[in-house]
Write a protein that binds this ligand. Structure first.
Ligand code: NAD
Length: 554
């Protein structure tokens, strides 16, 4: 059985005195003021709690009020982290019932600021820190984790935290936050999740020299010593937690592609920055095509930015277009990239990073995006450059002259780095752009019409993919699974969403979205004979039954 409810009875002590303290200290068991009188007697909690028994709904209201009273987002983050460490079931109930309000507080954008301050707001450890000091002992460290049977690990080495760069050990906020989203959005039981930070040093000297930096000293280790450390880590995970799924998170470009390709067939693993982004962007494209009426294989996609996100999207587009009948060469020929130097082409005169090579076409070099748009006549423009302002008025107007409904995705985060705003895309295209962004934008009124931008948030994809891989015990996480996830997500967009230009379902439906994606992913695993769990018959119902629901157990 993949995801069992946690009983945790072994954690309860022998005497009432031991039991009371142990139960209150265990965030998965603690119900706080909601313990009933009977439970208080049975568990030795009498007197340790104020006498009134509250309902869970009352606790949620109290916590929500406390969050809302905090003046800034980092204070809200600290409150929520403390709640998670004190009463995890209540924390998830609060998040699930207020998902649109809570996600920006427990993840982006607040988590970025929280990572920067992780050293000074650090209160209680969550997750495992494995540094170079533990080289040769990684399996031993993994065995120290108090929960056995870990099924889902999110690991970072802190080199490229969101758009903030190298934060070293302070990056721990990211695996912690991502795993919270797995539980809130897809019902992966928190007992089985493990956040890990691999501390190999940092090249961010000012951060490291700060008084409260929590990681090891020294520059980031690279080369063979780094590779050996990662190799030991993966081998240790396979030994200690043989059923674990590994998500690589926020590694630098040079390592992200390498590690994904080196390990994806050796341990069930994926990289959300590359593959999750690709899937959510492709889902957006599928959604947009429901508006434009064109086919996927007839698109010409121009990317601004040729990093993990951009080439990941192009790779998955190729998988999808091949499934529609294009050859690999034809499909690749439909994806073009502009990076900091201009159009990525063969013979540009510089040494191209490996991940750009498949998309370096035989074409004369063109230096600027505006000229490239005029020359290549793309149907879709995808911004993944991490720099604001890349989609100018001139460019959006060119796209609108070339296409009745130009597809314009400004995916760079945070909002301040988006290539253009929703309002700019709609205004400059005279209301015709099919627009999506990485960070949320408010709906826009344009000539009496209300246009709702889609948010291509990875949260739509990775929790469901992970849940499906866990439920089927998939031996590998394949591109076909991310393609199935994209198709499923696009299939959940309703006509009323499309009518206002929204190409993703509302976030309030996230648990149902994740469930559907999980079932589709598990289906791919079974069909591809990668599933190690027996087929349960009805995949969706089986998975639904395993999802963690944040309510107290009697
Ligand atoms: P990355 O560092 O791997 O790649 C960035 C690329 O952009 C590099 O190729 C770089 O050369 C290029 N670039 C930088 N400035 C440029 C400029 N002025 N003109 C042209 N190219 C430029 O980063 P990434 O992981 O690919 O992420 C890129 C952006 O995409 C980030 O802002 C990130 O927040 C965003 N992103 C969004 C989502 C989402 O919406 N779901 C998911 C992942 C990443």
């Amino acid at each position: 059985m993949a995801i069992q409810p946690y009983l945790g009875l072994s954690a309860w002590g022998e005497t009432p005195q031991q039991r009371g303290a142990a139960v209150l200290a265990d965030p998965l068991l603690n119900k706080g003021t909601a313990f009933t009188d009977r439970e208080r007697d049975a568990l030795g909690l009498r007197g340790l709690l104020p006498p009134r028994v509250f309902t869970m709904d009352e606790q949620v209201q109290r916590s929500l009020g406390a969050v809302r009273r905090k003046q800034d987002n980092i204070e809200k983050y600290i409150y929520l982290t403390n709640l998670q460490n004190r009463n995890e079931v209540l924390f998830y109930r609060l998040v699930v019932e207020n998902i649109e309000e809570m996600v920006p507080l427990i993840y982006t954008p607040t988590v970025g600021e929280a990572c920067l301050q992780y050293g000074s707001i650090y209160r209680r450890p969550r997750g495992l820190f494995i540094s170079l000091k533990e080289r040769g002992r990684i399996a031993e460290i993994l065995r120290l984790w108090p929960h056995d049977g870990v099924r889902l690990i999110v690991v970072t080495d802190g080199e490229r935290i969101l758009g903030l760069g190298d934060l070293g050990a302070l990056g721990m906020g990211i695996p912690v936050g991502k795993l919270s989203l797995y539980t809130a959005c897809a019902g992966v039981h928190p007992y089985y999740t493990l956040p890990i930070t691999l501390d190999v040093g940092t090249d961010n000297e000012s951060l490291q020299q700060g008084p409260f930096y929590i990681g090891i000293n020294g520059h980031r280790t690279r080369g063979p010593a780094y590779d050996e450390f990662i190799e030991e880590f993966v081998a240790a995970v396979k030994t200690v937690f043989p059923k674990a799924l590994l998500q690589w998170e926020d590694f630098g470009n040079a390592n992200a592609f390498r590690l994904l390709n080196r390990y994806r067939h050796r341990i069930p693993s994926f990289n959300d920055d590359i593959q999750g982004t690709a899937s959510v962007a492709l889902a957006g494209l599928f959604g947009a095509l429901q508006i434009t009426g064109a086919t996927l294989s007839s698109q010409r996609i121009l990317f601004l930015g040729a990093g993990e996100a951009g080439t990941g999207i192009a790779d998955l587009y190729v998988t999808a277009a091949r499934a529609e009948g294009l050859s690999e060469a034809e499909a690749k020929g439909r994806c073009w990239f502009v990076d900091t130097k201009g159009l990525v082409v063969k013979n540009r005169g510089d040494v191209l990073a490996e991940h750009k090579v498949p998309y370096a076409h035989d074409h004369p070099f063109i230096p600027t995006l505006a000229e490239v748009v005029r020359a290549l006549k793309p149907t879709a423009l995808v911004g993944v450059s991490g720099t604001a302002g890349g989609f100018t008025r001139e460019i959006v107007e060119s796209m609108s002259a070339l296409n009745k409904r130009p597809i314009i995705f400004a995916l760079s985060n945070p909002t301040s780095k988006a290539e253009c705003t929703a309002e700019q895309a709609y205004t400059w295209s005279k209301g015709r752009a099919v627009f999506a962004s990485g960070s949320p934008f408010a709906p826009v009124e344009y000539e009496g019409r209300r246009l709702v931008p889609g948010q291509g948030n990875n949260i739509y994809i990775f929790p469901g993919v992970g849940l499906g891989a866990l439920a089927s015990e998939a031996a590998e996480v394949t591109d076909e699974m991310f393609l199935a996830a994209a198709r499923t997500l696009a299939g959940l967009v309703q006509p009323e969403d499309l009518a206002v230009g929204r190409i993703y379902p509302p976030l309030t439906k996230i648990r149902e979205v994740s469930l559907r994606i999980a079932a589709a992913v598990a289906d791919v695993a079974h069909r591809a004979r990668l599933a190690r769990a027996p087929h349960p018959g009805d995949l969706a119902e089986d998975i639904r039954g395993r999802m963690f629901v944040p309510k107290y157990r009697d």
